[in-house]
Write a protein that binds this ligand. Structure first.
Ligand code: HEM
Length: 145
């Protein structure tokens, strides 16, 4: 039985917070790379360096951190699934998960020199997971409803 506050549960929560910090670091940084990559001439050394940074950030940090965040989160969530705050939190997580998938698609477009979006677009897209992260942290710590 999963007991909130139990020793094992608390270790899982610590691992969860480490994983979500790593995932959020990538989710908030990758669109910043896109903002500057837009202005790098195709085929230039600068553009090729951005491609390498984006690929390593996405596959070596963001994706493993996402898998650990989701696995530890759903493991802990069982006793809380009927709570309103958990529903609002999962809405926030769904938005961040969606952003992660879209960033993967845009990263592939950049890798093939096929990006069509402006740096202004990526500045805007950067705000969406930021707002979702704020919602998530308030819901899980304050548990307002
Ligand atoms: C499917 C994904 C997720 C699920 C099911 C989930 C579920 C949970 C659960 C059940 C807890 C323990 C709550 C408690 O014991 O009071 C927790 C803790 C936490 N979660 Fe998540 N979580 C997920 C993703 C995230 C994400 C993406 C973030 C941040 C952006 C996040 C931030 C936190 C924080 C900061 C805590 C510690 C709260 C505390 O110490 O009271 N979680 N999560």
């Amino acid at each position: 039985m999963i007991t909130p506050g139990g020793d094992f549960y608390t270790w899982i929560k610590a691992l969860h917070v480490i994983a979500v910090i790593s995932w959020m670091a990538g989710i908030l940084y990758l669109p910043r790379l896109f903002v500057y990559h837009v202005d790098a001439p195709k085929g230039s050394e600068q553009s090729e360096t951005f491609k390498l940074m984006e690929r390593r950030l996405y596959y070596a940090i963001m994706t493993p951190a996402m898998v650990v965040s989701l696995f530890t989160g759903f493991w802990m969530a069982v006793p809380w699934l009927s709570e309103g705050w958990m529903h609002a939190k999962l809405l926030g997580v769904a938005i961040i998960f969606g952003a992660h998938m879209m960033y993967g698609r845009w990263r592939r477009k950049f890798a093939g020199d096929e990006n069509v979006y402006s740096s202004r677009f990526f500045r805007f897209m950067n705000e969406v997971p930021t707002l979702a992260m704020i919602l998530i942290v308030i819901m899980v710590i304050v548990k307002p409803f």
